[in-house]
Design a binder for this molecule. Sequence first.
Ligand SMILES: Cc1cc2nc3c(=O)[nH]c(=O)nc-3n(C[C@H](O)[C@H](O)[C@H](O)COP(=O)(O)OP(=O)(O)OC[C@H]3O[C@@H](n4cnc5c(N)ncnc54)[C@H](O)[C@@H]3O)c2cc1C
Length: 438
Amino acid sequence: MHSPHIVVIGGGPAGATASTLIAKHGYSVELFEREHFPRFHIGESLIPETYWVLERLDMLPKMNNSHFVKKYSVQFVNAAGKLSAPFYFHDNKPHECSQTWQVVRSEFDQMMLDNAREHGVRVHEGVRVVDVLFDADNANRAAGVTVQTEGGARRDVAADVVVDASGQNGFLQNRFRLRVWDPVLNKGAIWTYWKGAYRDTGRDEGATLVLQTANKLGWFWYIPLHDDLISVGVVGPFDYLFKGRGSREETYHEEVDRCAAVRDRVAGATRATGYFATKDYSYRSTQVAGHGWVLVGDAFGFLDPLYSSGVLLALKSGQLAADAIAEGLAKGDLSAAQLGKWGPEFNVGVDRMRRLVCEYYDGFSFGNFVRNYPELKNTVTDLLIGDLFTDRVDKVWAPMESLYPADKKPLPSWDGGTPAEIAQNKSNELYLPEGKRP
Ligand SMILES: Cc1cc2nc3c(=O)[nH]c(=O)nc-3n(C[C@H](O)[C@H](O)[C@H](O)COP(=O)(O)OP(=O)(O)OC[C@H]3O[C@@H](n4cnc5c(N)ncnc54)[C@H](O)[C@@H]3O)c2cc1C
């Protein structure tokens, strides 16, 4: 009898989580990552609910000993420059999970992948998965992958389960044409890093600031990192940011100049890097698993980064998939229903965050909401920390609706958008300054 073997495609937070937890369940895991770490990645602000997955990964001591900036809150600045009261996570939940981190992803992802190695995962860097293999007797059943080294050598690796954690590339999503673009969340982002820009102190030193642009079409993130760096990016409708305007650098500075709250904070600072940009169309997969395969992290779905939920969703889906795989192996069931049993509830949680994202783009004001419904501040904070997988938080929606303007249109559901194979002109792309690898 052979011992089960699991293959993971991609070594970002989702792949590192799934592989570590499968190894902790006692199974043999091999992970293939096409890049060599450390490599650049965007997605620097963690939210508190990552704590529980980091705890299961044995990552908390490493995070506590790291030099990552500690984050205790998030704060919103409206188009007129008015600051909301900060949403302090600890006031909401007095537990150490309420302190999280602002991470430099090249370092965080390296720590996560090293941690996977320490738990027995066989990690191969610089090795790309080029194909997923299916069973000769059952064409729907994944049976392994073909990998290719940088030298071009190829080999097949048999597997009982293939976990796709390939990020926005969405290896199996493309292959099975499972991607549906979100019908409303079509954004782009341009960002750079500043040295010596304004930093809050004390409990606010690591706060994420979300600052609305003056024309209310988009927003800035202002994320303090270690080594005196601040990550400052502008997000807006794709056409608004990228069509009929100058270079990315020119557009970025036009937006900074129009937003006094950002302009004043970076005045006198020096730029530490060139300009980064992405097309960031949100999307999800219509299926989370098949026989012998499962999707996690951005390979399953990507949600607009407004509330910094991406790494949490990568960690959470990685954990849920690992547990479903271990349970399936124990009972000899690697069907789509078993491997993807967590998918429906996960989707409901992502929908809660998606709704909060869409409300913001539709004019929802946190300050105004909390003034009208002070008793719901904690529940809104629950959503902001990523406590998404409970219907307890659903009590915010009716009061939110009571503040709607009369002409507000209903929000189309995530799967009401265009399947990727029809919208051929859409793709998520990343532009890096010279010298940076993806
Ligand atoms: C503008 C922007 C801002 C964001 N801000 C935040 C934020 O503040 N906080 C937050 O939590 N999230 C944020 N995110 C989201 C976050 O970046 C992602 O959700 C997160 O990185 C997903 O992790 P992952 O492991 O699924 O994918 P990734 O981190 O992308 O990892 C996928 C890995 O797979 C590898 N790979 C791909 N194809 C193959 C292949 N064929 N073979 C082998 N390896 C392969 C890649 O090299 C990569 O290392 C942001 C995203 C964007 C675009």
